[in-house]
Design a binder for this molecule. Structure first.
Ligand code: CDP
Length: 234
């Protein structure tokens, strides 16, 4: 029996998907699945093994023999995601600039996607999930009860990412970041396989001038309409 609805959140880099998805998952006591973290983990492994992000054959083999585990941990009503690649924790490593800049090329390889999409569907099979990515509403969970497409202006998305990186002590200029995000958006939206695209039945939310709380409130309202029940402990 399904233990709750499936909520699919798609959108470009910096649209606030993961921040929002984690907060929603806590509210409903759902599992949070960050599919971007899985593409990042495969990218990290390829970089560690010296496999070029353009070498499709080797990437396909690499993806087949890889174990990725996502572990949600709740600390004071806040959800933290830990990522394990072949049993080794890579939570922080997968956020490096090198991984970020190569993830879109790795994610464009069809065999990599087939493998990860299969894992993602298995992880979501019991229901009660919030999954975020680029192709969740269109490919991974086409029957999700609630689909959202989050976006924001490129300026706002770059500013959000800049603040995030600044807080981590990473030095990068706003202009550099905007260029990287534009490039990644272009690759993600124009690849042959499962490009970033709004599902026809997804609800479009422009978060440019909305606070996180406003977006979360809106999504809670929509989820309740679709049959989700709030977790009484949160
Ligand atoms: O958090 P951010 O928006 O920077 O990216 P992410 O969600 O961590 O995803 C990293 C990269 O993985 C994206 O730029 C996409 O190329 C790829 N990705 C994908 O192709 N399909 C998904 N479902 C999720 C991520």
């Amino acid at each position: 029996m399904k233990q709750g609805i499936s909520i699919a959140i798609d959108g470009p880099a910096g649209s606030g998907k993961s921040t929002i998805a984690k907060l929603i998952a806590v509210k409903f006591g759902y599992l949070y699945i960050d599919t971007g973290a899985m593409y990042r983990a495969i990218t990290l492994k390829a970089l560690q093994q010296g496999v070029s992000p353009q070498d499709e054959k080797s990437l396909a083999e690499l993806a087949m023999g890889t174990k990725i585990v996502l572990r949600d941990e709740k600390q004071d009503k806040e959800l933290k995601l830990r990522v394990f690649l072949d049993e080794v924790e890579v939570t922080h490593q997968i956020r490096s600039l090198e991984v970020t800049n190569n993830a879109s090329a790795v994610a464009a390889v069809a065999a990599v996607r087939t493998n990860l999409v299969k894992m993602q569907r298995q992880m979501a099979a019991a229901g009660g999930v919030v999954m975020d990515g680029r192709d969740i509403g269109t490919v991974v969970l086409p029957h999700a009860e609630l689909k959202l497409f989050l976006t924001a202006s490129i300026g706002e998305r770059s500013r959000r990412r800049f603040l995030e990186l600044e807080a981590k002590g990473v030095s990068v200029t706003l202009a550099e970041l905007e260029e990287q995000i534009r490039h990644r958006d272009f690759l993600d939206s124009n690849r042959q396989v499962d490009p970033l695209c709004q599902a026809t039945d997804a609800i479009f939310l422009d978060t440019t001038s909305l606070t996180i709380d406003q977006v979360v409130e809106k999504i809670i309202e929509l989820s309740l309409e679709k049959g989700a029940a709030l977790d009484v402990c949160n």
